[in-house]
Design a protein around this ligand. Structure first.
Ligand code: FVH
Length: 291
């Protein structure tokens, strides 16, 4: 079965994200049934045409496509276990954040109940849902993805990561890890200039330009990490970077700022140099992380 612009959809969970998901379906003309543990959270959606189900079972039975977006996988199981039988033969799209292992467990649970399952990772904040910036990663049943893709595209570009159910969660977590690593450096940099009375807001455009320029190196580092060859195309070797990195930590301490957001890089760089890789690129530190 494939879905169209008029296909009904059910959204379980009306937190900030679930509300945005339901809003995007409604804005695209999909009959949308909603349910939330705290029923009052459905109220902003009612004038937009949402139908509030009295209970989870009623919500599940309203649509062939059921989208769930709750706080965590434990709450998903708590909500769905009692209605597993009613989900049989339907498609469940779980957009709750979790680990690949949790996604695999959820897929096995769904398979055991005859439910077509897609796990998803939302790469957008709630106001971005339904805009060109949003994209959502999916993994699991290819048939379910193909059948419901037109509806899923209402939320943002839909990327199918593969049939292994944990893949979307893995890519989601990789992207979030990149984001938090970037934020760690950004927060440190803004706090550092602030210690010297330089307004962080004035410094921000310079920082944004610099981060953007450095992001251009991502494909180069990706090639190195994929091949394990860190001596290819080296511009700034890790011996030099390791020596300079000490200045980053000392300058922060001198300014009265703890360098703990950036400090973990230092011992890794020093070990790479000590192990004879000083002439190679800094990306080689990942070899020290592999288990
Ligand atoms: N918001 C964001 O920026 C990010 C963007 C990327 C994806 N994440 C993930 O999306 C999931 C939901 O996030 P959220 O922003 O909607 O979160 P909250 O606004 O805190 O809403 C939480 C909803 O979960 C319900 N809930 C929690 N525990 C239970 C439970 N035991 N039984 C039933 N429902 C439960 C809660 O219900 P209520 O408190 O209103 O009754 C909300 O509907 C999340 O995985 C993010 O990591 C968001």
């Amino acid at each position: 079965m494939s879905t169209s612009s008029a296909s009904p959809v059910t959204v379980l969970g009306l937190g900030a994200m679930g509300t945005a998901l339901a809003g995007a379906f409604l804005a695209s003309g999909h009959p949308t049934t909603v349910w939330n543990r705290t029923p009052a959270r459905a109220e902003p959606l009612l004038p937009l045409g949402a139908v509030r189900a009295g209970d989870v079972a009623g919500a599940v039975e309203a649509s062939e496509l059921v989208v769930v977006c709750l706080l965590d996988y434990a709450s998903v199981r708590e909500v769905l276990d009692p209605v597993a039988g009613r989900l049989k033969g339907r498609t469940l799209v779980n957009l709750t954040n979790g680990t690949p292992e949790q996604a695999r467990e959820a897929a096995a649970w769904a398979a055991g109940h005859g439910i077509a399952y897609l796990d998803g990772g939302i790469m957008a904040v709630p106001p971005g849902i339904g805009t060109e910036q949003a994209f959502v990663l999916y993994s699991g049943s290819r048939d379910a993805f193909d059948a419901h893709r037109p509806v899923l595209e209402r939320l943002g570009a839909a990327h199918f990561a593969g049939t292994e159910p944990g893949l979307a969660a893995l890519l989601d977590i990789a992207l979030l890890s990149g984001m938090y690593g970037m934020f760690a450096g950004v927060f440190h940099a803004l706090a550092l200039v602030d210690t010297a009375g330089v307004p962080a807001e004035e410094f921000a455009p310079l920082l944004g330009t610099w981060i953007g320029a450095m992001a251009a190196g991502i494909p180069h580092y990706a090639r190195q990490i994929g091949s394990g060859e860190y001596a290819d195309g080296v511009v700034s070797n890790v011996a030099m970077q390791s020596a300079a990195f000490g200045n980053l930590l000392r300058a922060a301490e001198d300014q009265g700022l703890s360098p703990e957001l950036i400090a973990p890089l230092q011992p890794l760089m020093a070990r790479r140099v000590a192990e004879g890789h000083g002439h190679e690129d800094v990306a080689g530190i990942v070899e020290l992380l592999r288990r």
